[in-house]
Every structure is written in structure tokens, then in C-alpha cells.
Design a binder for this molecule. Structure first.
Ligand code: CP3
Length: 342
């Protein structure tokens, strides 16, 4: 049904002519047309207005030609629906006036009716699907429960999320209650996204790599596995964990269709650790898009040579940076599209 189904075929592990390509955080951030919308509408207005979300989602498809679209939204709309006030401060990022700091605070967090609280996301998906006209698949997403907890407790972005970790290790029982509430909400939320029409789901565990391998199991992976279990029979799930190379073996046995890897793990190690069968996605260093288009093309071709063209989705290892020139992002996408197996 989808005209360009390279991405869906790669998720199934089928043989492809060339790998599909998209870029994490491709919707919004660096495109000049997006910057213009950003001047006019604040962040959550853009998320809550289906026409704007659909317009931003389709921009990279029309302007740089990626093989998949990712819905313009944010992982933090989920905790917002759970009764937490979240602001997006321009130039700073997420800010929570009342972060979760005690077991009592956890009691105030609700598991909402997602259709009531997040209906605008489903409307945005339906409108985006119409606009995409089945040209490319649409990716829906959610943050991992651990990554959401990081913001809920820390109250803002951080290099090490020290307050989030302190809370987990001083109040492990309350942390598990909170993580389970986020998990339950996320499962309902993602099932709604599937009903609304997304073609695949990615779970962003952006801060999983801050945990030790043992704590990763207890505070992050356990909950991601619940989400995968609840969705895997309905839709392919991509699990992306930044810095989580140590968990690739376990992740490869989870029922996920594909695993995202960052640039600190070589293709060879990622294939080895994940058992060699599962589709991998990644892992170009987003800062490498500051290199010249010529160098970007060379490095991208080399990356595909290393991963192999099959069971592979070309992507960055984390989100695209806001000041990347469009021509450099274009060089990355073009290099994948021009790829010829050796
Ligand atoms: O891929 C896409 O572009 C689709 C939309 C998308 C956004 N956020 C839009 C956004 C996606 C997939 C996200 C995911 C997200 N949000 C993650 C996981 C991926 C990652 O980058 O690690 C995280 C940790 C967040 C939380 C978040 N939202 C932060 C830390 C920030 C501020 C800094 C930043 O990354 O720009 C946001 C704001 C945000 N989310 C913006 C956009 C386009 C920028 C603010 C704005 O446009 O006004």
C-alpha cells in the first residue's frame, strides 16, 4: 500500500536495493521553513495543532527526500497528559516548575485516558497520513519510561540527570511505581497511535546509557520490554537506546523489529552483540554533518559498507543538530540513495 516501502521491508529483514534513510529529529530543528513557523507559534501550539504538526512532519519528505516521516510531536506530551506541568523554554528546553521529588509527588501522577488527553496527537496522525498520500511510512514514537522519569524528576535537561538517579536509588519503590505508571500510559498511548494509522513505532531511550548495565535492566529495559510485548504483534517496534550498546544482546531477543545504535558502537560490534540477524538503525555521528558534503558522502558510504545494505536503516546516531546546513543533511540522504553495493 505504501509506495516507497523500503523502510518497512528493512524492518522485516527483507533484501533491499539500498538501505532506507531517515534522520532522528528530522521534523523541525534545522529546516528554514520550520524556523519560520517556530517564530509564529510556540512549541506546544505546534504540537497541538494538527495542521501545523502535519506540515512540519512532511517538510523533510518534500525537502530532503527521506524514506520515512516521523510525526512532529514530543516525548514530553505523555507526562503532560499525566498531570505534570511542562514548559518548553526557547533556547533552554523542557522546564518543569514542580518536578517529582518524593513518593507523595508520585501519588499525584495519573494514568490518563489517552484519547481524552492526547486526542490532538491522533488527529495529527490522521491528517499527516492524508497529506503523505501513502508515499512513505509514518513513524510514531514515545520516550522510554526511564527517559521520561529523567525529566519528571530532574525538572529540566541535564548532562547526568543526577537528581533522577538519586531519586531512584534513595526511593526505589516510588521510582518503580512511577515507571509503571509511565509504562501503562505509554502502552495505551502507542496503541492509540497504531489505531490512528502510524506504520511503525520508535521508543527513544535517550538517557538509558547513563545507567550501569545492571541498573539499566531494573530502571529502563524492564519497562521497554513491557511496551514491546504489548505492541509487537500489532506493529514493528524500533528500540533506540543512546549509549546502550551493552544491552544489545537482550534487546535483540525482545521481539523488537529493529535496534537503534549510536556512533560510539562500531557496526561490527553492534552486529556481533545483537546476534547478526536483527535489523540495525544508525549510527552517523550528528556532529559529522558539520563536515563538507563531500566528506559526509564518503563517510556515509563507508558506514553502509560496514553495516551491510540489508537488515539496515541508515540514520544518525542521535538527533540532527539545529544548525546543520540543509545541504549537508541532503548530502547524507543522497549518499544513501546513491549507494551501490561493492
Ligand atoms: O524527529 C522529530 O523531529 C520529530 C519530533 C520530535 C521532537 N522531539 C520535536 C522537538 C521528537 C522525536 C522528539 C523526541 C525527544 N524530545 C527526545 C528523544 C530524542 C532525543 O533527541 O534524545 C527528547 C529527549 C525530547 C525532549 C526535548 N524536547 C528536549 C530535550 C527539547 C529541547 C532541546 C531540543 O532537543 O531541541 C525538546 C524540544 C523540541 N522537541 C524541539 C523540537 C523540534 C525544539 C523546540 C522548538 O522547536 O521550539
Amino acid at each position: 500500500m505504501i509506495k516507497n516501502d523500503l523502510f518497512l521491508r528493512a524492518l522485516k529483514g527483507e533484501t533491499v536495493e539500498r538501505p532506507p534513510v531517515w534522520m532522528m529529529r528530522q521534523a523541525g530543528r534545522y529546516l528554514p521553513d520550520f524556523m519560520k513557523l517556530k517564530e509564529k507559534y510556540d512549541f506546544f501550539t505546534r504540537c497541538r495543532t494538527p495542521e501545523l504538526a502535519a506540515e512540519i512532519t512532511t517538510m523533510p519528505i518534500e525537502q530532503v527526500g527521506t524514506d520515512a516521516a516521523i510525526l512532529f510531536s514530543d516525548i514530553l506530551v505523555v507526562p503532560q497528559a499525566m498531570n505534570v506541568e511542562i514548559e518548553m523554554k526557547p533556547g533552554v528546553g523542557p522546564f518543569l516548575p514542580n518536578p517529582v521529588r518524593s513518593p507523595l509527588d508520585v501519588n499525584d501522577i495519573i494514568v490518563p485516558d489517552v484519547y481524552e488527553e492526547l486526542g490532538y496527537v491522533y488527529d495529527a496522525i490522521k491528517l499527516t497520513k492524508e497529506r503523505l498520500n501513502d508515499e512513505v511510512p509514518l513513524i510514531g514514537f514515545a520516550g522510554s519510561p526511564w527517559t521520561i522519569l529523567c525529566y519528571l524528576v530532574q525538572g529540566q535537561g541535564s548532562k547526568n540527570f543526577d537528581k533522577a538517579k538519586e531519586f531512584c536509588f534513595k526511593r526505589p519503590d516510588a521510582a518503580q511505581v512511577l515507571l509503571q505508571k509511565i509504562t501503562d500510559t505509554t502502552i495505551a498511548y502507542l496503541k492509540g497511535k497504531v489505531k490512528a494509522g502510524v506504520d511503525t513505532i520508535q521508543i527513544f531511550d535517550s538517557w538509558g546509557g547513563l545507567l550501569s548495565p545492571t541498573d539499566y535492566q531494573t530502571y529502563s529495559w524492564k519497562y521497554i520490554q513491557q511496551i514491546i510485548d504489548a505492541l509487537k504483534d500489532e506493529i514493528p517496534v524500533i528500540a533506540y537506546g543512546k549509549g546502550c550498546w551493552f544491552a544489545l544482546k537482550e534487546m535483540s531477543q525482545s521481539g523488537a523489529a529493529a535496534l537503534g545504535v549510536d556512533w560510539t558502537c562500531s557496526a561490527m560490534n553492534a552486529r556481533y552483540l545483537s546476534g547478526g540477524q536483527i535489523t540495525l538503525q544508525g549510527n552517523f555521528d550528528p556532529s559529522r554533518l558539520y563536515s563538507s558534503p563531500q566528506e559526509i558522502k564518503k563517510m556515509t558510504t563507508q558506514m553502509i559498507d560496514e553495516f551491510g545494505k540489508d537488515r539496515y536503516i541508515a540514520n544518525l546516531g542521535h538527533g540532527i543538530l539545529p544548525d546543520i546546513p540543509v545541504k549537508n543533511a541532503q548530502a547524507f540522504v543522497d549518499a544513501v540513495k546513491e549507494y551501490k553495493p561493492r
